[in-house]
Design a protein around this ligand. Structure first.
Ligand SMILES: [Zn+2]
Length: 159
């Protein structure tokens, strides 16, 4: 008799280092979360056991709640970035009931997209013909475009 006759073990938080590729991708997505929803605690990875003794890993809110599909195996860090961005978006949008991340130009929710081997947040654009869909920023780098301009202050150093 299986020791699990009373049901399989439940989900668990994934420890840092168990899935290094996804850790790194999630850290990037959490940077985007921190600049766009500063009040929201960082997302975490949660593992759900499957029927074959393995587990499915999901991107969850800090409380462990997750929504949407599990992360599929990936073959590169860039793919992991897009996969985690998409999973994070599912979880945030479904569980927090809000579009995320939002394009600051159009006020529209963006989606994780793929272009030339990099993961981006893509906005569908405005309704006019001169306002097409666009890649708003690389996943993990929304801080570089959301930071408000600071008139009167110059960046030190420069390049
Ligand atoms: Zn836009």
């Amino acid at each position: 008799m299986s020791p699990f006759v009373f049901g399989p073990p439940g989900p668990r938080f994934v420890a840092v280092g168990e899935y290094p590729v996804w850790d790194e991708a999630l850290a990037a997505v959490n940077r985007d979360l921190a600049v766009t929803l500063p009040e929201q605690p960082a997302l975490r990875l949660v593992a759900y056991p499957d029927e074959d003794g393995g587990e499915w890993v999901h991107v969850a809110l800090a409380n462990g709640d997750a929504h949407g599909n599990a992360l599929e195996p990936v073959s590169s860090a860039a793919e992991a970035l897009r996969a985690v961005a998409g999973a994070a978006q599912d979880t945030v949008m479904e569980l927090l009931w809000r579009a995320w991340p939002v394009c600051t130009l159009h006020g529209l929710g963006m989606h994780a997209a793929w272009d030339a081997g990099r993961a981006y947040w893509r906005c569908a654009g405005g309704t006019g013909p001169g306002d097409p869909a666009h890649l708003r920023g690389a996943v993990g780098e929304l801080d570089t475009i959301h930071r408000p301009p600071r008139p009167g202050r110059r960046r030190r150093g420069g390049r």
